[in-house]
Design a protein around this ligand. Structure first.
Ligand code: TYM
Length: 328
């Protein structure tokens, strides 16, 4: 059987070049080699409050951006998580085999819960739902950015624990990280991961930013006190700019070094900005075409859910049987 690929994005904030280089670009690259499922994880989004109208429109925006980035909806299933009921159901079943200590150790939980006045239980359960997203389709490969690696380890731990308690049930999912762009850092502060939720006008380049805005953000990116690129002493900000260029261009390391060695930071930034704009402009053009027909997107999402629901239902049924639940 062809191995299955699964990954997902939360419909919150603005999708940025970190999401693209860390995850979506790889989905596009490998989608046709596998049976591929890409989720818009709205149930994860509500682990922190989202204004309902904003959430509804973000879901469609992300769907449009998936296709504009190159996801082929004829081949790959695009699914809104909450429309396939098994995700939430399996999440509960897995919750019952997951020790709380495993969840409390998650670094994203610790970081996110610090920012909340009251911590919703959903924030703690977040990675169990993520494990359910993956295990429900018996996915073998999960292409993500570096920040999801710990959640994926947990998904394997949960799968293993279930398998040892109830017998072999789940495929062990492997983490697939990109060689370049697994952790794109903030342009304003290269010690912090580029994030959808971080405030600050110069922090992230959104996939839908206008070319003028993209140029401005990159030209203002934080570098260091050196004047030019020195591959023997690269500061974090310059490493970040170079990896953004490399992620978009696909250049080899040796070509990067030959081209950028000794280049003044101002010129480096101009070239990075033009590389990003040259990729995002056509993507934005496709996005406008796709979203000019809302019925098309609704059809893609309906068809995606219809295609994967039988797989999800079969896994939930098997898990219930294994656990001794009533399955007439
Ligand atoms: P999310 O929505 O935060 O991010 C979507 C994808 O983008 C990657 N990413 C980055 N990659 C490189 N540099 C960055 N600065 C950067 N920021 C984000 C993320 O690693 C991710 O691959 N929990 C997940 C969504 C999810 C999921 C799943 C993923 C839910 N269920 C099942 C895989 C499988 C999340 O919040 O991603």
């Amino acid at each position: 059987m062809k191995s299955r690929v699964l990954s997902g994005v939360q419909p919150t904030g603005n999708l940025h070049i970190g999401n693209y280089l860390g995850a979506i670009k790889n989905w596009v690259r490998i989608q046709h080699d596998y049976e591929s499922i890409f989720c818009i994880v709205d149930l994860h989004a509500i682990t922190v409050y989202q204004p309902p109208e904003e959430l509804r429109s973000k879901i469609l925006e992300i769907a449009g951006l998936f296709i504009a980035s190159g996801i082929d909806p004829k081949h790959s299933a695009m699914v809104v998580q909450s429309t396939v009921h098994g995700h939430a159901e399996l999440s509960w079943l897995l919750t019952c085999v997951t020790p709380i200590g495993w969840l409390e150790r998650m670094t994203q939980y610790k970081a996110k819960s610090q920012a909340q006045e009251t911590i919703g239980d959903g924030l703690l359960q977040y990675p169990v739902l993520m494990a359910a997203d993956i295990l429900i389709y018996q996915a073998g490969i999960v292409p993500v950015g570096d920040d999801q690696a710990q959640h994926l380890e947990l998904a394997r731990d949960i799968a293993q624990r279930f398998n040892s308690l109830y017998g072999d049930t789940f495929v062990m999912p492997a983490t697939s990280l990109p060689l370049v762009g697994a952790r794109v850092m903030g342009l304003d502060d290269p010690t912090k991961k580029m994030s959808k939720s971080a405030a600050g006008a110069g922090h992230a380049v959104a996939l839908l930013d206008e070319p003028g805005v993209i140029r401005k953000k990159i030209m203002r990116a934080t570098t260091d006190s050196q004047p030019a690129v020195d591959f023997a002493h690269l500061g974090e900000g310059v490493v970040n700019l170079l990896s953004i260029f490399q992620g978009f261009s696909g250049w080899s390391q040796s070509r990067m070094e030959a081209h950028f060695a000794g280049m003044r930071y101002g010129d480096l930034k101009k070239q990075v900005a033009e590389m990003v704009v040259s990729h995002l402009e056509p993507l934005q053009q496709r996005y406008r075409e796709i979203t000019s027909d809302p019925a098309y997107l609704a059809g893609v999402l309906r068809e995606g859910a219809e295609r994967v629901s039988p797989i999800a239902d079969a896994t939930v049924r098997l898990v219930k049987q294994r656990m001794g639940l009533y399955t007439p």
